[in-house]
Design a protein around this ligand. Structure first.
Ligand code: HGY
Ligand code: MN
Ligand code: MN
Length: 416
């Protein structure tokens, strides 16, 4: 491997300025972002990213899921490209860095190579994957899932949001339906930079997380149907209270996850009460369970136990129950050579690091099914994410992007 020049570093100030510029688009109400997928704010963010890519001399390709691929040519145009990137869409009360750091860290990598006139044999492609969050249109990592062959395009286009709007219609409305077949692109490797979204790196004083594995996930959407009735005049024994069913099942989810510590998590983050009137007993409740574990057997055992025990709760309360899987991926083991490239880069650059399992799902988790993939993580303040107070330091962002640069160069091969 050519001597990469350990003093080859990205421009941390420029990266930070770009992060702050992007954060102005789709502002939240408490300092973070609400730039949900396929909204006008998402369109605005895409347009800005496209302008920056054009300024950096990159050639933009877009696939039918709207994922964006900005290509920096290599000396061998036929060599398989090395991909970087993440997602620009955010949670409704999201932070400024979840996903965005990976996209703009990839762009900064290219800007740095341009500044220094560094050529690589393999092309480098900076990616913005559509709808990583899965908050407006379930499931999460939707576009990378179609890319990996886990979902078909028509099914993805038919996903609807809470207002009944379809994914495909919204993608057309913002004008970001591309002409590339989803999944047609071939990769040598993919590296994704992302904030940890957990407390470990900060607590241990580590600059870099070398991501060896990712948790698996089940999203179970539960519908409980009872009977709307007056909260005042309906005797307690006569009630069919779907809200009470949800409360008891929330406790069950918590107990199931707690019974598999420390390698399991479970919660309910989404819930719709119907009719959601303060003096009507909820006749219908729809909520989503999020179970995760790095271990396949624990992940599946949690789902099985809920499916076995929840019907009794429904029966006791006179409720009908339906369960639909709205998201799933197995635990992920990233590519050992790519993981080594990340670890070697951190080592060479003098950044403290530790191996880590990703608690959150990422587009890299799906791409890993097709091509050698790894992730670089940086700490975040108090481990907080999916919260407008999400925060990182400029130094952490810079360290993460430096390691991304060197890991990618090891794969893309500098041409002297
Ligand atoms: O849910 C996840 O893990 C990711 O943040 N979409
Ligand atoms: Mn993310
Ligand atoms: Mn997220």
């Amino acid at each position: 491997m050519a001597n990469l020049g350990d003093n080859l570093r990205i421009n941390g100030d420029r990266l930070w300025d770009s992060l702050m510029e992007m954060a102005k688009i789709g502002p939240g109400v408490a300092g973070g972002n609400n730039r949900q997928t396929l909204t006008d704010a998402d369109k605005e963010g895409r347009d800005l990213f496209q302008r920056w890519c054009e300024d950096a001399g990159l050639e933009m390709g877009v696939d039918r899921m709207g994922s964006m691929f900005a290509r920096r040519e290599g000396t061998d145009p036929d060599a398989l490209p090395v991909y970087v990137g993440s997602h620009l869409d955010t949670q409704p009360t999201g932070g400024k860095f979840d996903g965005v750091l990976g996209v703009l860290g990839g762009l900064e990598l290219v800007r740095t190579l341009n500044d220094l006139g560094v050529k690589t044999k393999h092309p480098i492609v900076v990616t913005n994957w559509t709808n990583e969050e899965g908050t407006r249109f379930a499931p999460a990592m939707l576009a990378s899932g179609v890319f990996a062959g886990m979902h078909d395009l028509d099914w993805a286009y038919d996903r609807v949001d809470a207002k009944g709007l379809k994914f495909g219609d919204e993608l057309r409305r913002i004008g970001w339906v591309g002409d590339e077949d989803v999944g047609a692109r071939k990769m040598k490797a993919l590296f994704e930079l992302h904030i940890e979204q957990g407390p470990i790196l900060e607590a241990e004083g580590k600059d870099i997380g070398v991501v060896t594995h990712g948790q698996g996930l089940w999203w179970l959407e539960v519908t409980l149907t009872g009977k709307d009735a007056h909260t005042g005049s309906t005797p307690m024994p006569m009630r069919r209270n779907a809200g009470l069913g949800m409360a008891r099942m929330t406790e069950l989810v918590h107990q199931i996850a707690m019974s598999h510590q420390p390698d399991a998590v479970g919660a309910i983050g989404h819930c719709d009460f119907h009719p959601n009137s303060r003096n009507v007993i909820a006749g219908k409740v729809v909520f989503t369970i999020d179970f995760r574990s790095p271990h396949q057997d624990i992940l599946d055992a949690m789902k099985a136990r809920f499916e076995a025990e929840a019907p009794r709760i429904a029966e006791e309360l006179g409720l009908e129950m339906g369960i639909e899987v709205t998201g799933h991926f197995d635990p992920v083991t990233f590519d050992a050579n790519c993981v080594d490239a990340v670890r070697n880069a951190a080592e060479r650059l003098g950044y403290s690091h530790r191996d880590i399992v990703s608690g959150a799902g990422h587009d890299a988790c799906w791409v890993n099914r097709l091509y050698p993939t790894a992730m670089v993580m940086c700490p975040c303040v108090d481990g907080l994410s999916h919260n407008e107070a999400e925060d990182i330091s400029k130094d952490w962002a810079t360290a993460g992007a430096d390691v991304l640069l060197h890991a990618v160069l090891e794969s893309a091969e500098i041409v002297e």
